[in-house]
Ligand binder design. Structure first.
Ligand code: C5P
Length: 225
């Protein structure tokens, strides 16, 4: 195996949560730490790729040798991803908020009413499905993530079909707990062509390196099916 299997490749990675503003001081978010996405970006850079990491707000350091584009909301993340294309490999590890407030108030919502303010939500764009569904400029290898608690493999296969991606990295979040925000991960790598790999619980850095090795193999020898 070559030491720099991704030399000459551009790899795009999304990571972290999104923040969806309610007003200037409040937002909707989730518990993603960005650790797994950042570890994949670091591993891709170690493998010789030029890496663009589009990251939501996180409290962990930027990986070495990676161009980091910081965003807050899902819509900003989609715009940054589109601006970063073309890419040979796109890995969507971010925990994108499914919804955002229908309106962001320009001023802080006051607590002076007798009833709490209603919070109307609208759906965010699906960044993975948008990029995987492109007829022009689709990256040759598109990878999604999935957090599942049961029927992990079957749900991952359905997600591949729904999103139009090539691979899904399915996290078993039911396992021993503490995956989201934790340092370790139990993953299954599920391919559109039916291949399934299950790895033991590993550090997120090691998961990142193993994933990048698999992606590099797929890029080097794309399947015709
Ligand atoms: O549908 P679900 O949220 O389970 O899909 C997870 C996958 O889709 C992840 O790869 C995530 O980064 C991506 N996703 C996205 N944009 C969204 C929702 C999910 O890119 N709005």
């Amino acid at each position: 195996t070559p030491k720099k299997p991704l030399a000459g490749r551009h790899v795009l990675v999304t990571s972290g949560p999104t923040h969806e503003a309610i007003d200037p001081v409040r937002y909707l978010a989730n518990r993603s730490s960005g650790r797994q996405g950042h570890a994949v970006a670091a591993a891709a850079a170690e493998a010789g790729a030029r890496v663009t990491l589009v990251s939501g707000p996180v409290a962990i350091p930027d990986p070495a040798g990676v161009t980091v584009v910081r965003v807050e909301s899902a819509r900003e993340m989609l715009a940054a991803v589109e601006a970063a294309l073309p890419a040979d490999l796109a890995i969507f590890a971010a925990a994108v908020g499914d919804w955002r407030p229908a309106e962001t108030r320009a001023g802080k919502i006051k607590k002076d009413g007798s009833t709490p303010p209603p919070l109307q939500l609208v759906e965010n764009p699906d960044i993975l499905a948008t990029i995987a569904g492109r007829s022009e400029g689709r990256p040759p290898l598109v990878v999604g993530f999935a957090a599942e608690t049961d029927d992990v493999i079957a749900n991952a296969q359905r997600k591949i079909a729904r999103k139009g991606c090539d691979l899904i990295v399915a996290n078993d979040v039911s396992a021993e707990g503490g995956v989201m925000g934790g340092l370790e991960n139990t993953v299954h790598l599920v391919a559109r062509d039916g291949g399934v790999e299950t790895w033991p619980r590993l550090g997120k850095e090691e998961v990142g390196r193993r994933l990048v090795a698999r992606f590099a193999e797929r890029l080097a020898a794309p399947l015709t099916a």
